[in-house]
Design a protein around this ligand. Sequence first.
Ligand code: PLP
Length: 261
Amino acid sequence: MSLPRALTIAGSDSGGGAGIQADLKTFQELGVYGMSAITALTAQNTTGVQAVYPTTPDAVVTQIRSIGSDIGLDALKTGMLFGSDIIQAVAAVIREYGWTKVVVDPVMIAKGGSVLLQESAIHALITELLPLTEVLTPNIPEAEHLTGLSIKRATDKREAARKLAAFGARHVIIKGGHDDDEQKATDLWYDGRDFYELEGKRIDTVHTHGTGCTFSAALTAGLASGLELKAALEQAKAFIQAAIEGGIAIGHGRGPTNHWA
Ligand code: PLP
């Protein structure tokens, strides 16, 4: 038998709720063979991030080449990349293999405030990685940080999406989880020409650790399986909604999302 193959290039969360661990669980649940290249180790639990230990650009590229030269892949995603040297190395290896189904989740700051992308790396993310990006999945604070815009109204969201597409991302999804709508969480999708809205219901829970990682991994799994972007987005939106509804109360802080019933 064969399976669609997906790679995540991201950070490890020792608490199992976000990063590489969330990505691999999501790939598995969506019937995709998951692989990983680890950019950083985090010591982390439901109360926050206790420490970050980045790996080296060389270690990241060597992991990716081990996959590229043997198993291959149908889609990949990036998550926590931490520094500009890792971003440059990842962009170079994506160009080397000519991979195009590239989902970029511009992970910057954990919900508890820990820095997962150095400020000095934002320029490299914009200039090196966004031109290689098929789908960019920022939340509102990340979209604000990347564009320098302040997003208060629907029109600001559209302006930010246009600016992110102008950096080179072919599709931009600005997620609605951080907006102030109390009933709904509506994502905005911009394909470089038109805008679309993906509506979901807002779920009242604190157990949302790993939502961004899980959403972008579900999207990557859909693309790896050969779904068109619209279908992959709808699948990812339904997956993350169910995972937030299934969020688990473990530890002493904010528990992780969980899709496994
Ligand atoms: N830790 C790692 C390694 C991540 O990649 C992410 C993803 O954004 C987070 C933590 C953030 O988790 P949270 O959903 O709690 O902000």
